[in-house]
Design a protein around this ligand. Sequence first.
Ligand code: MSP
Length: 645
Amino acid sequence: MSKGTFYITTPIYYPSDKLHIGHTYCTVASDAMARYKRMQGYDVMFLTGTDEHGQKIEVSAAKAGMEPQQFVDHIVGGILDLWKLMNISNDRFIRTTDDYHIEAIQKIFKKLYDKGDIYKSVYRGKYCTPCEAFWTDSQLADGKCPDCGREVYEAEEEAYFFRLSAYADKIMELFTKHPDFLEPASRMNEMINNFLKPGLEDLCVSRTSFKWGIPVTFDPKHVVYVWVDALSNYITALGYMNEKYRDFGKYWPADVHFVGKEITRFHSIIWPALLMALELPLPKKVYGHGWLLLEGGKMSKSKGNVVDPVVLAGRYGVDALRYFLLREFPFGTDGVFSNEALIVRINSDLANDLGNLVSRTVAMAEKYFGGVLPQVRKSDALDEELINLATALRPLYEQYMETYAFQSALIEVFKVISRANKYIDETAPWVLARDEANLPRLASVLYNLLETIRIASILLSPFMPDSCEKIRNQIGAKPDSLTWDAAGKFGLLPAAVSVSRSEAIFPRIDLKKELEALEKEASVKNENEAAAQEKSIAGIITIDDFMKTDLRVGRILACEPVKKADKLLCIQVDFGSETRQIVSGIAKWYAPDDLIGKNIAAVFNLQPAVIRGIESCGMLLAVSDGDRARVIIIDDDIRPGSSIS
Ligand code: MSP
């Protein structure tokens, strides 16, 4: 009988063909949790998916010469393949371009508008295009995006707003009355000090400057802000406001949203406020896990280490990789990834401790008893400690798993595995085997070892499903001795248990050789990247390169010649949020009055320069046609400050 429901989600990923090992972290953790809960007897809904709208994708698609839909379809296949490779057991996969999701988002937006929680106004503020995030001045870090550190720009446009400010007190109350709503506790302090205390402003929830989003039904030049679109996936995927699924009532509220630390703000403040406005129950918990970093920087900037999960899984096995991720780093804090740490961990825990325990035990059962243990037994005081430890393991493990302390849960299992290896040394089965009279004692020793392995294989199965299956096959465990209940009991294998040996599950890796091979691989990769870079010097730039340029529409307010400089005009340009002075070498082709009142295109984030003693902040874009130049003129009805992409 089901113990109840358990709904767990990962963030939905931006379509990217460059997912690294850090990206797989959250999905592997969610998968381990989902498998653990299923094992306990819960009816689990494990959701993941992709977050496919937004300006960044629109621009990437255009650069790739594709329609946005075609572009995302192409990339999402790779993400699905990655999750398949990593043995992710999600029950559902949502794409924000799915029809049912689009329909539901449109209804959600309309509902909030009709209620007055969304209203129309004018947006003025700072926007980070790569992160699709608006920031207030107080949130900026040194004037840049606090998430990615890139330039933000002033944006001003007609927009719809969500009354986030009206929910500030309720969010504070949520945090104070339910301190376990957001974990680890450090994240809650961060939210309170950085966002709630300075005060919540209403949130701009629509955009008009690009098209690749879900249109607002009653005002279709607006598309819904990607975070409203994305966060709502957690309920639309259950059938909220759509007919595709019908289990919203069954699974909502979510038991836990696993999210990376940098998107905790969206999940613990904006998401609950949206749900409050929709008059829906709140998720029971948001867990903001730490990041995997590389020594000295971010994973995306990897030079020396191989961070591609496909390569790593291919070399060391999916389970070894899954185990490493959850054993090496405490879930709530940042961790430093390295290929060396990965190999050392595989060798010590999997090849030495677990692998050896299984292969020695099974090999001895085959050698001394032909693979089937005799039923005559003799116990000894030496057995007690191992049996007690193995029997007490499940509650300890459960206590840690319930608080998402994967590392601690695994440490407990491996303490018992180590104890079992020590028990082999203490009981010295090879000595017992020399004397026929000791065979009942030898059978007991091997049985106790097989039982310990059985219990460990149950508790490790959420982390290493395939390897645990292989272990179970070797120790002759039947399904009814492999349940969650069975993990709490000692002595469930049949007395005449029969084992069958197979190849080593976790082969030992030669650390030195492997690091050399990886280094070689990384240097080949760097060379390839350098070659690509050279190509880029020859004219090709990446989308990231392009996104660094902030192009805006400006309206020329005034224009005058620069003294003693025949070629230059000094121009005052209105960019909506501010007026800037730009010096441009176009005097040969334009008289000062020619351009007044015209809308032009300009580079907005160019480093200011002093030209002939006059400061110039930006650059006008012009077309050069032989020895003639023409300024790019843009339609009059475009608002100054609009971004060009
Ligand atoms: N699309 C948003 C999430 C919307 S959820 C309603 C997003 N996508 S993402 O693809 O950029 O990131 C997906 C997840 O990967 C995030 O939880 C992010 O924190 C996580 N990680 C990205 N790099 C990471 C590491 N280096 N280490 C650990 N997790 C990392 O954000």
